[in-house]
Design a protein around this ligand. Structure first.
Ligand code: TGC
Ligand code: FAD
Length: 402
C-alpha cells in the first residue's frame, strides 16, 4: 500500500538495481567496472540518503566535494602526475552516469570541476599552473568554477563583453558572468574574457582577489542541490601569470564544453535508468483492478519504450566513448549524444511519473527531482535547439545560427 504522507527530510533507502538490457557491461574493462562500482557504492551510502533533503532545502551538500575527490570523480581521464585518475574516456563516462543516476546536481559538481576547470588548466595551462592548481582541485582542497555565460550572452558566447586590459605585470578584469555552477563556493574561477584586440582569453581568478565577488542566485526550481551564482569583476587585478597561455579564441571554452557535454551524454542515461528502475519496481508492486499495473498493456508499452530508448542511448554513447578514446569524437557527434540523451531522459522521467500515478509527484520517489533537474540539463552546456543546429550545420555545411 502507498504511504499517504510524504516525508520532509527522512533519509531514503536507495533501492536502485542497475539495468543492462544489451549486456553492455561485457564491453567494459575490469578497471571500468571497478571505477563504476566504487561510485555506485559511494552514492548509495553517502548521497542517496541525503540528496532529497538537500534538493528540497535548496542546499548544496558541500561536504561531498571531498568524497567525490576520493572516488576519483575529478578529472578521471587526466594524468596521474597531477593527482588525477589517468583512466580513459569510458571510465569518465561511467562515473558521470553513476553520479547523475543519483542527481544531475551531483554530476554537475564533478563535471564542472573536472571538465570545465581542471581540463582547461591541463590543456591550455603552463606547467607551473598545472602543478599549482591541478593536485588541489583533484583532491577537493580547491573548488573551481567556469565563467563563460553572461547576462546578455548565453547561446552566443562570442558576443561576451567581459574584458581584460593590459596593466604592466597584470591584466585588469571587468565584467560579469551569470549562471555559474559552484561560483559562490569556489576557490578559483576559470574565466573567459576578451583582450584589447577582442580575442577571447582564459584567466584564472582567485577568490580573494580584490574586486571579485560571486553572489548566489536564488529561486531555482531545478538543480536545487547544486549551487549557482554570478561572477562580478570590478577592476580585478589578475597577474599575467594567471592567463592560460595555450589557447586564444572561442575554441578554448568550446573545447572544454565538448569534454563536459560528453560527460552529460553519459550522465543523462543515469537519470533515465533511475526513473525506469523506479517505474518498473512500482508497476510490479502497485495493484489496480486486481493485478499489478505492470500487467496492463499500456504500462508495458511505456516500460518497453523506456528500456528501448535507454539501450539506444547506451549504444550511441558507447560508440562515442570508443571514438573519444581514439581522439576521433567530433564536437558535432558529442552534440548529437548530449541532445539525444538528455531529451530521452526527460521523456522517460515524464513517462515514469505517469506510471507512479499521484505518488509520482511526491518526494517518495526520485522522479520529479530528476525531471526538474533535466530541464536545466536540457539548457546548459548548449540548449537542445543549439545542439540541433550544430548537427544541422554539420550535415549541411550551412550555418543557421545567425
Ligand atoms: P564557431 O565559429 O562555430 O567556433 C569558434 C571556434 O571554436 C571551434 N569550435 C569548437 N571547438 C571545440 N569544441 C567545440 N564544441 C567547438 N565548437 C566550435 C570552431 O572550430 C572555431 O575554431 P577556429 O579555430 O575556427 O576559431 O563559433 P560561433 O560563435 O559561431 O558559435 C557556435 C555555437 C553557437 C555552436 C557556440 O557558441 C555554442 O556552442 N553555444 C552554446 C553555448 C554554451 O554551450 N554555453 C555553455 C556554458 S557552460 C555551461 O553551461 C556549464 S553547465 C555546467 C554544469 O553545471 O554541468
Ligand atoms: P538564451 O541563449 O537566451 O536562449 C534562450 C532560447 O533561445 C533557447 O531556447 C535557445 O535555444 C534559443 N536560441 C538562442 N539562440 C538561438 C538561435 N540562433 N536559433 C534558435 N534558437 C536560439 N554557464 C557557464 O558559463 N558556466 C556554468 O557553470 C553554468 N552553469 C549553469 C547552471 C545552471 C543551473 C543553468 C540554468 C545554466 C548554467 N550556465 C552556465 C548557463 C547555460 O550554459 C546557459 O543558460 C545556456 O547556454 C543558454 O543560455 P541562456 O540561458 O542565456 O539562453
Amino acid at each position: 500500500m502507498n504511504k499517504t504522507t510524504t516525508t520532509k527530510s527522512a533519509a531514503k533507502v536507495d533501492r536502485y538495481q542497475a539495468h543492462d538490457y544489451y549486456l553492455m557491461d561485457e564491453l567494459l574493462s575490469e578497471d571500468h567496472i571497478l571505477a563504476r562500482d566504487a561510485v555506485r557504492d559511494w552514492v548509495k551510502q553517502e548521497v542517496s540518503p541525503i540528496i532529497e533533503e538537500h534538493y528540497e532545502n535548496g542546499t548544496c551538500p558541500q561536504h561531498l566535494f571531498k568524497g567525490l575527490a576520493e572516488i576519483g570523480a575529478f578529472g578521471p581521464s587526466l594524468p596521474t602526475k597531477y593527482g588525477c585518475g589517468g583512466m580513459d574516456e569510458i571510465a569518465y563516462g561511467v562515473i558521470m552516469q553513476e553520479l547523475e543516476r543519483c542527481d544531475s546536481g551531483l554530476r554537475s559538481m564533478a563535471s564542472v570541476q573536472g571538465s570545465l576547470v581542471m581540463y582547461p588548466i591541463y590543456k591550455f595551462g603552463s606547467e607551473e599552473q598545472r602543478m599549482k592548481y591541478l593536485p588541489k582541485l583533484a583532491s577537493g582542497e580547491f573548488i573551481g568554477c567556469f565563467g563563460l555565460t553572461e547576462p546578455d550572452h548565453g547561446s552566443n558566447p562570442a558576443g561576451m563583453i567581459t574584458n581584460i586590459k593590459d596593466d604592466g605585470d597584470a591584466y585588469i578584469l571587468n565584467g560579469a558572468k551569470m549562471w555559474i555552477t559552484n561560483s559562490p563556493v569556489a576557490d578559483i574561477a576559470v574565466v573567459w574574457a576578451k583582450d584589447e584586440e577582442g580575442i577571447i582569453r582564459g584567466v584564472i581568478v582567485e577568490k580573494d582577489m580584490p574586486g571579485f565577488s560571486a553572489p548566489e542566485i536564488h529561486g531555482k526550481l531545478s538543480l536545487r542541490a547544486s549551487i549557482t551564482g554570478e561572477l562580478v569583476f570590478e577592476d580585478v587585478r589578475v597577474p599575467k601569470e594567471n592567463v592560460l597561455p595555450g589557447v586564444q579564441g572561442l575554441k578554448g571554452p568550446l573545447s572544454c564544453l565538448s569534454k563536459a557535454r560528453y560527460g552529460i551524454a553519459w550522465g543523462a542515461i543515469g537519470a533515465a535508468l533511475d526513473c525506469y528502475d523506479s517505474a518498473l519496481r512500482y508497476s510490479k508492486e502497485r495493484e489496480q483492478f486486481g493485478k499489478p499495473i505492470a500487467g496492463f498493456q499500456l504500462t508495458q508499452k511505456k516500460l518497453a519504450e523506456m528500456i528501448t530508448e535507454i539501450t539506444k542511448a547506451q549504444l550511441l554513447t558507447w560508440r562515442l566513448g570508443s571514438l573519444a578514446n581514439e581522439g576521433r569524437a567530433t564536437p558535432a557527434q558529442i552534440s548529437m549524444a548530449k541532445r539525444n540523451n538528455v531529451h530521452m531522459a526527460l521523456e522517460i522521467a515524464r513517462e515514469a511519473r505517469q506510471i507512479h500515478g499521484g505518488m509520482g509527484i511526491t518526494n517518495e520517489y526520485p522522479i520529479m527531482r530528476h525531471m526538474m533537474n533535466l530541464e536545466t540539463v536540457l539548457t546548459y552546456e548548449g540548449t537542445h535547439d543549439i545542439h540541433l543546429l550544430i548537427t544541422g550545420m554539420d550535415v549541411t555545411g550551412l550555418n543557421a545560427f545567425k
